[in-house]
Design a protein around this ligand. Structure first.
Ligand SMILES: [Zn+2]
Length: 546
């Protein structure tokens, strides 16, 4: 998730409960100690925060696979192994193939960077800083640029510079070199059309050396070149084959933030610290393992059970999305999906457990009401089938889902999310509830699927209108790929469909989700404009009214 994404829920109280607790039997205690053991291992510093595609992820996936094996599950990953590998696009590196020399001095790679949408290019020239002649690089003082736009809330450096670079290129410039760059950072994942000329940012330290005298002529030698960076994430998949028609899919992501390298840490200091992710989501992963153990002993053979520990969730549901596009059993045979993400911090006094996806099948009402009063948990239902966790990927495939969540807390996405802070008995009570729901649901029938409202995810960009689409955060191509679409909203009315790729809103290119949100900020209620988008290979345009 990206961080990108905070949860907002609408709810109603199923029942008010006395807070007494029932005496735990031997078996209960054994399961609770198993939960604690799994969380302690997965959230140990040794696993370095289990960032997708790292050694920490590998240690965790090995542990989970061993548990699945010891329980007697069948491997259901690639070629019937435990793992399903998937690529993670990490952007483009410039340091290997780019260089900059000014007056014969090489500028350190930490003191300059090219915009990632620059072309691969090499040039030498002797331009004057002040003159804007054809056939040489042009210079721009970024400090002045920002100052001039201080009062403009919609000023966006990247799209502003891109427009300037295109303009300069059309007038014969061979590169655009920006100096006095205060706080621009290299964005390896920047998306968009490749520019006609290289755009280079030089930091203040080096700028002071070469750009204080604007009448100076500089000897410039530069090369821009990029290498694609990719990691490989791994889903861990186990199966109980009861020879049944339907399969119940139970999932939990096991990846977390590592040292916060992917920019989704809530640690404002930006320090590189291990984010142990005990609640997020070693707790759900531990529950997944223990649910597998319980259902393996289940006498009823009316359903098969597929258990998936997803990776890449923190990056934008990468692992679950990949599974829905590369399923190792027919998705049509999946009766419903249960997702557990952060089930370890049940508040002892309020005992509130949030259950999302309640509106994705009429069956859920029956399943829960037939369980009667729950003595330990206060259940809050949310109807939406979407939200920033893996159930959304399956909801988008019209599969009924349930999402179990004990709520946000002050350690969310911080190094302090440690094993010692979990409520293991609470986690066990949730496990018991899920077991009852599974035993109670869909044994003799395929669940009916109902669409629900799309949930809004948090963003920093300021906009007052939306199109009513859910972006696909794992899409690395140019544009914004539409994952979900809400009825009765501007995009739907314009005829946009899931899978379309939005390229431009009015005059504003939308090469990335961030640019798309910036573009939305330019419109207000009642405005009419056009949206340019790709459907399969054809570029289409449609009228939109906000
Ligand atoms: Zn999570």
């Amino acid at each position: 998730m990206n961080l990108l994404a905070r949860l907002a829920f609408a709810a109603f109280i199923a029942n008010a409960l006395p807070a007494q607790s029932q005496k735990l039997k031997k078996n209960d205690k054994l399961t609770i100690s198993n939960l604690r053991q799994h969380v302690s291992y997965l959230a140990d510093d040794k696993l370095e925060g289990r960032r997708a595609g790292t050694k920490g992820e590998e240690l965790a996936s090995t542990y989970i696979a061993k548990q699945f094996e010891s329980i007697g599950l069948q491997p259901k990953g690639d070629n019937n192994t435990w793992l399903q590998a998937f690529p993670i696009f990490d952007g483009k590196d410039y340091k290997q193939n780019s260089y900059l020399f000014i007056n014969g001095h090489e500028i350190g790679k930490d003191h300059f960077f090219p915009l990632a949408v620059s072309p691969d290019k090499m040039l030498e020239a002797m331009p004057s800083i002040a003159l804007k002649e054809s056939g040489v690089p042009w210079f721009l003082d970024l400090g002045d640029e920002k100052e001039a736009n201080q009062s403009n809330p919609h000023f966006d450096v990247e799209s502003n510079i891109i427009a300037k670079a295109r303009d300069a290129a059309s007038k014969g410039a061979t590169a655009l070199i920006l100096y006095n760059d205060g706080d621009q950072h290299y964005n390896a994942k920047m998306k968009g059309e490749t520019l006609p000329i290289p755009v280079i940012f030089i930091d203040e330290t080096e700028s002071k050396k070469y750009f204080s005298d604007e009448t100076a002529v500089l000897e410039i030698k530069l090369k821009t070149g990029f290498t694609k960076q990719e990691r490989t994430g791994h889903n861990v998949i186990g199966f109980i084959d009861n020879g049944a028609q339907q399969t119940v899919l139970i999932g939990a992501h096991y990846d977390h933030l590592g040292y916060g390298e992917d920019g989704n840490s809530m640690l404002r200091s930006g320090e590189k610290q291990i984010h142990n992710g005990a609640d997020d989501n070693a707790s759900g992963t531990a529950s997944l393992i223990e649910l597998a153990r319980t259902l393996k002993k289940n006498k009823s053979k009316k359903s098969n059970y597929l258990f998936i520990a997803f990776s890449g969730e923190e990056l934008g549901l990468f692992g679950s999305k990949y599974y829905t596009e590369n399923a190792t059993l027919p998705l049509t045979s999946v009766n419903y999906m249960i997702n557990m993400d952060m089930v370890g911090r049940l508040n002892d006094s309020s005992r509130v457990l949030t259950v999302g996806g309640y509106g994705t099948s009429p069956e859920w009402q029956k399943s829960f009401s037939s369980l009667g009063d729950n003595k330990f948990l206060r259940i809050k239902f949310d109807s939406s089938g979407t939200g920033p966790s893996d159930h959304s990927s399956f909801y988008r495939k019209d599969i009924p889902v349930l999402f179990f969540f004990t709520g946000l807390h002050t350690d969310y996405h911080k190094p302090g999310d440690d094993a010692g802070k979990l409520n293991y008995e609470g986690q066990y009570r949730i496990l018991q509830l899920i077991e009852q729901v599974v035993k109670n649901t869909g044994n003799d029938n395929k669940l009916a699927f109902t669409k629900t409202r799309e949930q809004q995810t948090g963003t920093t960009a300021r906009f007052s209108v939306t199109m009513g689409i859910m972006p696909d955060y794992s899409y690395s191509g140019n544009g914004v790929r539409v994952d979900g679409i809400s009825d009765g909203r501007p995009a739907k009315k314009a005829g946009i469909q899931a899978g379309d790729i939005i390229l431009q809103l009015g005059e504003y290119p939308t090469a990335s989700v961030e640019q798309y949100m910036q573009a939305l900020g330019k419109f207000k209620k009642g405005d009419k404009t056009n949206v340019k988008f790709m459907r399969a290979d054809s570029e289409l345009t449609a009228a939109v009214e906000f």
